[in-house]
Ligand binder design. Structure first.
Ligand code: ZN
Ligand code: FE
Ligand code: FE
Length: 233
């Protein structure tokens, strides 16, 4: 202890003196080289272990299986929200084919919720929804579009505009999830995701067909003031 105090005193006066004092105290030179090396390598190893632990605390030690589960939770949330949002769109839709397409896709959405539950079961996990900001944003925009265009002759076009954003979001996510299931060797889950993806793709194609075959053309007749007033009334 006395020596330590002496060392720190001399450090204040001169660096060279500190080195000399440390060497003179014999704390380092007393150990054989091999022992010092071992101690140093132990320190390096323990520092590396500590860094790894803190890395895990910051980034987590998550992998594709975790990302897959996260994505399933996102879509479980999304499908439930879509199921709740569709009646408003169906009510606002005018073209009978659009009403029929949205009504049948809502039934498919109920099936998709069950398929996602089946996948959670395959994984031995409880079906859990996790708030997905992306679908919330898309549906919120859809609400705004309905407010702006719901009473106009472009109402059906606006509904298709919104619904296709939903379908494309779903297609992108289910495409990724299917690839994850494939990489993870989860064949049965992949089959369910394939089935869902087919329904989303078909729904999207049906909306494109309706828009391009009739709805968009009907929505261009804005010169006809009567039709606008009739719908608004
Ligand atoms: Zn997410
Ligand atoms: Fe869906
Ligand atoms: Fe869909």
């Amino acid at each position: 202890m006395a020596k330590q105090a002496e060392t720190s005193n001399s450090r204040k006066t001169s660096k060279t003196a500190t080195k000399k004092t440390a060497r003179a105290s014999g704390t380092r030179s007393a150990k054989p080289d091999a022992q010092a090396r071992q101690k140093r390598s132990q320190t390096v190893a323990s520092k590396a272990a500590a860094a790894k632990t803190s890395r895990q605390q910051i980034h987590g030690d998550k992998g594709l299986a975790d990302l897959f589960e996260h994505g399933l939770r996102d879509m479980y949330y999304a499908e439930k929200k879509i199921y709740k949002a569709l009646p408003k769109m169906i009510k606002a839709a005018d073209h009978p084919d659009l009403v029929a397409a949205l009504t049948s896709h809502r039934e498919e959405t109920a099936e998709q919720i069950e398929k996602l539950e089946a996948i959670f079961e395959l994984l031995g996990k409880r079906a859990k929804a996790e708030k997905c900001d992306a679908i919330d944003g898309i549906l919120e925009e859809g609400d705004g579009l309905l407010e702006d265009f719901g009473a106009s002759i472009a109402a059906d076009a606006a509904i298709i505009f919104s619904c296709q954003a939903v379908e494309h979001y779903e297609i992108s996510r289910y495409g990724s999830l299917r690839a994850f299931a494939d990489a993870l060797g989860l064949d049965e889950a992949k089959q369910h995701l394939d089935d869902i993806l087919s329904q989303e793709t078909a729904a999207d194609s049906k909306l494109t067909e309706l828009a391009e075959d009739s709805v968009n053309a009907a929505a261009t007749d804005y010169d006809d003031d009567d039709s606008d007033d009739e719908k608004a009334a």
